[in-house]
Design a protein around this ligand. Structure first.
Ligand SMILES: [Zn+2]
Length: 200
């Protein structure tokens, strides 16, 4: 797949050439989304803090963009349970050693974006998307690198690794297998269907 970006991005990011980072993001996410690119810089910084030897788990504080950066550039995925995703809509992530619980939280620092108008306007949605060409925004992100981020060491105390499933029940409503810790019926039956049968 050829990149939609004509410019060359220099440097190494998440252990590979920056241009390759953009290609991987484009392939996985559909396009080189600025949020995932910023996320790559965040993962890169957090990885540097905790060291390559650590068996790291991840906590991501937004559903938008950042989970893809973690899934692309760390071994943590939603499916393998090494990444927890919180629906807090905060542009922040933590990588931490799963044994010691010591880690690093990195976030996009709004006050630091003031020096980078493109990033500032994109992040705070101050200007319409059409007025912010992707290439110049990405250029600004690569110029800023860590200058728009903050990082600090943390000890993780909550949202640690997803607990293992202990037992499997059969839901009386739908007859499908479910985790009985959820209640007497599966969450699908408690919530109600998100679909209807296609009788056509
Ligand atoms: Zn059910």
């Amino acid at each position: 797949m050829s990149s939609t970006l004509s410019m060359a991005f220099e440097g190494v990011l998440c252990g590979r050439p920056a241009a390759q980072v953009l290609e991987e993001i484009e392939r996985f996410h559909g396009f080189p989304a600025p949020g995932v690119v910023v996320g790559a810089f965040m993962v890169d910084w957090a990885q540097e803090h905790i060291g390559s030897g650590a068996e790291a788990d991840a906590i991501v504080e937004t559903l938008r963009c950042l989970p893809d950066a973690v899934q692309l550039f760390t071994p943590c995925t939603l499916g393998n349970g090494w990444m927890r995703v919180l629906d807090w809509d905060r542009f922040a992530l933590t990588l931490y050693d799963r044994n010691s619980r010591w880690g690093c939280r990195v976030w996009l620092n709004v006050s630091k974006t003031a020096a980078y108008p493109a990033i500032h306007n994109w992040f705070l949605k101050r200007v319409p998307k059409q007025a912010l060409p992707l290439e110049s925004l990405l250029e600004s992100i690569f110029e800023a690198r860590r200058a728009v981020l903050s990082a600090r060491p943390v000890i993780v105390t909550d949202f640690l690794r997803r607990p293992k499933k202990e037992s499997v029940g059969i839901c009386p409503g739908c007859g499908e297998a479910f985790d009985p810790k959820a209640g007497d019926s599966c969450k699908g039956c408690l919530h109600g269907a998100y679909f209807k049968d296609d009788l056509g």
